[in-house]
Design a protein around this ligand. Structure first.
Ligand code: ADP
Ligand code: MG
Length: 333
């Protein structure tokens, strides 16, 4: 029989650990009436805004390779959550952190907090609470943000005739994983860039904010472009043709020299990019180009929304292309 441990029974060192976290990461924000230390946090939500809430858990061996450095893990656990806020067009404000650790390991926690803290500081979010427990390594983050009421971006809303866009250069993170797992090779410099794209994704917060009022739908690419775009198409009751030749490729990915089939698979079915995939009417093309320039971020038109349902892929020669596996699905075999 497994031994059941009451949730309240804690090692004294756990409290020391929470203290460390608090001292390292609690930042003052005027909208935090009460942060870490009580039974719950008190947050001030501005008038006429909606609270945007999301949570995502990373489990060792499932969502990150077991050898992942604690600092990279701290960054990524926060990044994947901020990316969900970005996809909603929300302004991130507060986060909660549920840490499950096999043992109280201050070195691990310090490194984790460096990664987590660096990204939190970059976006000005405050850590306002969480939970610390013993068990197999897992990190859960809850991120909270705000949007003016009624203005959040959603998966629904793509309209026939809209242009389809993606930010950045999809496939890099999947290439980073392929490099780590020895399925791909690349020169050292390209390898560093691609692995960093896997371990240190940049949540596209500024882009999400800029797309409010310009995009008709938006999603962040976590499970692979084809799979995530599929959600947008189903939610909107529409279809799309995606032009493979238009898919933006990074120089680093080119240096890894995947063959055509492997590259297409990395770019369409590889996950973990945390770029934004969005739709917008042609009338938004000029404003979107200005946003790209201002944010120094590649925003590429990769296709068109159509009435006929489903996703169609066309190659450089205009011939249709099939993709066997569209993305990463949990519990899929
Ligand atoms: P309770 O037993 O009432 O849930 P805890 O002892 O778990 O309280 O937590 C004490 C305080 O420390 C709470 O404010 C909680 O939000 C915060 N906290 C616990 N673990 C973490 C963590 N990993 N990161 C941030 N805050 C945490
Ligand atoms: Mg608790």
């Amino acid at each position: 029989m497994p031994q059941i441990e009451p949730k309240s029974r804690r090692d004294i060192s756990e409290f020391g650990l929470i203290d460390r976290i608090r001292h390292r990461l609690q930042r003052s924000r005027r909208d935090v009436a009460l942060g870490i230390g009580d039974d719950a946090a008190l947050l001030r939500i501005p008038l006429r805004r909606e609270l945007v809430a999301t949570t995502d858990t990373l489990v060792a061996g499932v969502h990150f390779p077991r050898g992942t450095e604690a600092e990279a893990l701290g960054w990524k656990a926060l990044a994947v959550n901020l990316s969900d806020l970005a996809a909603m067009g929300a302004e991130p404000r507060w986060v909660l952190l549920a840490l499950t650790l096999p043992k109280v390991d201050m070195r691990f926690v310090r490194a984790f907090m460096r990664g987590f803290g660096a990204l939190a500081a970059r976006h000005g979010v405050a850590l306002v609470g969480g939970d610390t427990t013993r068990g197999p390594l897992a990190v859960g983050v809850t991120a909270l943000g705000v949007v003016p009421a009624g203005s959040a971006l959603r998966r629904t809303g793509a309209r026939v005739g809209d242009d389809l866009y993606v930010s950045g250069t999809p496939g890099d993170a999947a290439a980073g994983l392929a490099l780590i797992e020895g399925r791909l090779r690349a020169p050292a410099r390209a390898r560093r860039i691609l692995v960093a794209r896997l371990e240190r994704p940049q949540p596209r917060i500024a882009l999400g904010l800029a797309l409010r009022g310009a995009a008709t739908s938006c999603i962040d690419v976590s499970d692979g472009l084809a799979a995530d775009l599929g959600h947008v198409l189903r939610a909107g009751g529409v279809g799309a043709t995606l032009d493979l030749a238009a898919l933006p490729r990074s120089e680093a990915l080119a240096l890894a020299q995947p063959d055509e089939a492997q590259r297409t698979k990395l770019q369409l079915a590889g996950g973990d990019d945390y770029e934004l995939c969005f739709t917008a009417p042609a009338s938004s093309a000029a404003p979107i180009a200005r946003v790209a320039k201002r944010l120094k971020l590649r925003l590429t038109r990769i296709g068109t929304i159509e009435r006929r349902r489903g996703l169609r892929l066309v190659g450089a020669d205009g011939a249709s292309v099939r993709l066997a596996r569209t993305g990463y699905e949990h519990f899929a075999r």
